[in-house]
Design a protein around this ligand. Structure first.
Ligand code: NAD
Ligand code: USQ
Length: 398
């Protein structure tokens, strides 16, 4: 089978994806600078689950009978030569790009963190695109983007898969049909970098005919996949801290230690979600279905359900008995919003979603309760505020 380079393959989504693709028979090469582990040290936090070193992960995978995975420590943003050198040696058929600073609160910490997020994410993406063109390679690039580029609009329209059909008035009363990228409306510096990535992809697809799939992914929940369960040393990371912990995994951990569920504001924010097992499944489907070399980026919405945050809190509270706390919202976001999203593209390819209803209890017992003793309650509060006066004045709904 073909070689797949997974950039950012040590992370929460990248590690289980690498295992899944290796299990499907691909030759997988991980490039990662291990910056996520370094950021844990900077913040004084740690994954709730005890994650093994990259060497131990790879040995455990091979010992479990998995097709061996290769790893090289490469910083794709700061070391474009090392990235190009690796691409020239492996000549991958597919490159999957996870290697970005992905936490919205971390990206809003300080000017240093804003700069780091922009430099890291935009340079990494551009280095990858320019390297494949320079080397004359033709890999299909699969990028993990975010639902957050669309913004959160309560007007009742269904968010399409990346593009908007518009009618433009022209000369002699002729109306022209055009398709444009859905206007971006990012809510953090991190989400803004994903909006910038979209333009880089659009340019290289049109100018150099690079084949790109951009997956606009919702909030991922869950921890383990079929492959990470094979050996204790393959366990995936589980972030619960105020910067990197995403909302549902945070609620599950909070419930496990009896911490009141930290609902921001009224909890009226509606967001898109996907279980990690479906993330790896969708990425495999995207790899198997590359776009034509036609100058157009293929955009797929990678999400399965939408939920309002206060409803999620009530669900977790109902399952576990823990109380719900409404805390001041540190972010600058609409207090209430609706969200309708089309995910037809993956359903058509055969995605069979894991629903919250089916997966929630497993996750609570298998991970949150089992590793609750490793948690630190001082890491739970979300401390980063979105505006300098520390009084964001939450936006009204659109
Ligand atoms: P993560 O932080 O756990 O993993 C990212 C990995 O990339 C880490 O291993 C990190 O060390 C590596 N990395 C970062 N910068 C790098 C660089 N310059 N060079 C080499 N390696 C680098 O994040 P994740 O949750 O696995 O997310 C992966 C991707 O999916 C991100 O691009 C993120 O924006 C996107 N995404 C994540 C979620 C989610 O809920 N976790 C939802 C939607 C989209
Ligand atoms: N929230 C709470 N309580 C908490 C944590 C969060 O109410 O304890 C609220 C937030 O205010 C926000 C919503 O929950 O309204 C989602 O927050 P989140 O931290 O779970 O997700 P977000 O910051 O949007 O980022 C995460 C990933 C990011 C990915 C994004 C997908 O970290 O990499 O791009 O989800 S999406 O949200 O669809 O843009």
């Amino acid at each position: 089978m073909a070689c797949i380079v997974v950039v950012g393959g040590d992370g929460f989504c990248g590690w289980p994806t690498s295992l899944h693709l290796a299990a499907k028979g691909h030759d997988v090469v991980i490039l990662d600078n291990l910056s996520r582990r370094e950021i844990d040290r900077e913040l004084g936090t740690e994954s709730l689950t005890p994650i093994a070193s990259m060497n131990d992960r790879l040995s455990a995978w091979a010992e479990s009978g998995g097709r061996p995975i290769t790893f090289e420590q490469v910083d794709v943003a700061r070391d474009p030569e090392a990235l190009a050198d690796a691409l020239a040696r492996y000549r991958p058929e597919t490159v999957i790009h996870f290697a970005e600073q992905r936490a919205a609160p971390y990206s809003m910490r300080s000017v240093k963190h804003k700069r780091y997020t922009v430099d890291n994410n935009v340079s990494g993406t551009h280095n990858l695109l320019s390297a494949v063109v320079e080397l004359g390679l033709d890999p299909h690039i699969v990028h993990l983007g975010t639902m957050g580029v669309y913004g959160y609009d309560s007007s009742g329209l269904t968010i399409p898969e990346g593009y908007l059909d518009i009618l433009v008035p022209g000369e002699h009363n002729v109306v022209h049909k055009r398709q444009i990228l859905y206007p971006t409306n990012p809510g953090s510096v991190y989400h803004m970098t994903k909006s910038m990535d979209q333009l880089l992809f659009q340019f290289y697809a049109r100018n150099d005919r690079v084949r790109v799939t951009d997956l606009h992914q919702g909030i991922v929940w869950g921890t383990q996949t079929e492959e990470t369960r094979r050996d204790e040393r393959l366990i995936n990371r589980f972030d619960y801290d105020g910067d990197y912990g995403t909302v549902l995994n945070r609620f599950l951990m909070q419930a496990a230690v009896g911490h009141p569920l930290t609902v921001h504001g009224t909890g009226g924010q509606t967001r898109a979600f996907i279980h990690l097992q479906d993330t790896v499944g969708c990425i495999a489907l995207a790899v198997e279905n590359p776009p034509e070399r036609n100058g157009r980026v293929m955009i797929r919405n990678q999400m399965t359900e939408t939920h309002r945050i206060r409803d999620l809190a009530e669900l977790v509270s109902g399952l576990t008995g823990v109380e719900v706390a409404m805390v001041d919202n540190p972010r600058n976001e609409a207090a209430e919003n609706g969200l309708e999203v089309s995910n037809k593209s993956f359903l058509d390819l055969g995605l069979n979603p894991t629903t919250l209803e089916n997966g929630l209890m497993d996750e609570t017992v298998e991970i949150a309760q089992r590793f609750a003793h490793r948690s630190r309650t001082d890491a739970v509060p979300a401390m980063v505020t979105w505006t300098r006066d520390r009084n964001p004045g939450v936006l009204p709904a659109d």
